[in-house]
Design a protein around this ligand. Structure first.
Ligand code: BMA
Length: 334
């Protein structure tokens, strides 16, 4: 690494984009923002957001033995909007995040249900990615970017999500005894303000990553410029047993749009991961992301390196997320 270079934490695969609309067995406009999981037989499953030429999205599964190529895509939509029974899905289902919930032996999918009230958070479960049980809308509009932790805390399931209000778009944490009724809402990670790369609008990227030092959370920051928005990725670490407690938050972003396929497309300057897989070594992370709302890409990194990077580049504060960051911003001289 040269002295004027930033450390690279995620390496783009040379064959990116690994999936595009031309790989689909039926006509689609774009494929992006996939949820990901490793099935028990080692198959990588991507649950891709697929947008048609009406502008409506559905979800479609693609499976690969090595997670890079040889994808077998379902011949028709795997999970289509069902607006007759779930009117909140009238304008589509988007951006799935998958959490394998060991106690249920099921995959829980959180996704954005887009209806007349705006985008909200919905949950469905499956054991085979063929049949799904819908739990319906769990966070009403305007809310998105949600994922579940893989196990309970004090007997309750926990969900990270991102409601938007006049006060900004910050990440929140909520709890539920049954995945249907949610409460105990608390601020999880606030957007910064002013010139920061993650000012005003942030949201969860893939589901939180369990490490021996706590929950590693990748989130996107949306910087508004005169020319439009730039979507980049940052890191924060939360306490293992008390996930509402932020231990460290990275100061700079660690991955942003640079490659041509990330810069141009339907929404240029956007990298948007919704899923990852972890290799047999427990450390190698494959991050699957949508590039420019047009194609699907993968980048590889090391969880250990990300934690070390946070040690060097994080702003350390204890207690409930955000309070210390607020204090730093407020106490800094004019
Ligand atoms: C976000 C979500 C994503 C999308 C991104 C960039 O708000 O809607 O689905 O990839 O914007 O357009």
């Amino acid at each position: 690494m040269k002295s004027n270079e930033y450390e690279v934490l995620l390496e783009r695969h040379p064959s990116n984009p690994i999936l595009t609309a031309t790989d689909w067995p039926y006509p689609v406009h774009t494929v992006f923002n996939p949820g990901a999981t490793l099935l028990k037989d080692g198959t990588t499953l991507l649950l891709c957001r697929v947008e048609d030429r009406r502008g409506i999205s559905h979800l479609c599964a693609a499976r690969s033995q090595n997670g890079i190529n040889g994808w077998v895509v379902d011949s028709k939509p795997t999970f289509a909007p069902d607006p007759m029974n779930y009117p909140e899905e009238l304008w589509g289902v988007e951006d799935p995040r998958i959490t394998y919930m060991e106690e249920l032996d099921e995959y829980l999918i959180t996704y954005t249900a887009f209806g007349k009230a705006g985008p909200g958070v919905a949950i469905a479960s499956t054991s085979d990615f063929k049949r799904f049980e819908r739990f319906g809308l769990v966070m009403h509009a305007n809310d998105k970017d949600a994922a579940l932790f893989p196990h309970r805390f004090n007997g309750e399931f926990a969900l990270i999500h991102r409601p938007s209000t006049d006060m900004g778009s910050h990440m929140w944490l909520s709890f539920s005894p049954d995945l249907r009724n949610w409460g105990g809402h608390m601020l999880f990670l606030p957007a910064r303000r002013g010139a920061w790369w993650d000012a005003n609008k942030i949201g969860l990227s893939p589901p939180p990553i369990e490490t021996d030092r706590g929950w590693l959370v990748m989130y996107h920051g949306v910087r508004q410029h005169a020319a439009g928005s730039v979507y980049r990725l940052g890191l924060a670490l939360f306490d293992k047993d008390n996930p509402e407690t932020c231990l460290t938050r990275g100061q700079s972003w660690m991955f942003g749009p640079e490659a041509p396929y990330e810069i141009s497309g339907d929404v240029g300057y956007a990298v948007f991961p919704c899923g990852y897989t972890i290799g047999g070594d427990g450390d190698t992370l494959r991050l699957y992301y949508g590039a420019a709302d047009s194609s699907i890409c993968v980048a590889t990194g090391s969880i250990k390196k990300m934690l070390k990077w946070l040690d060097r580049n994080g702003s350390e504060f204890t207690g409930v997320a955000g309070q210390a960051a607020e204090r730093i911003e407020l106490s800094s001289p004019l």
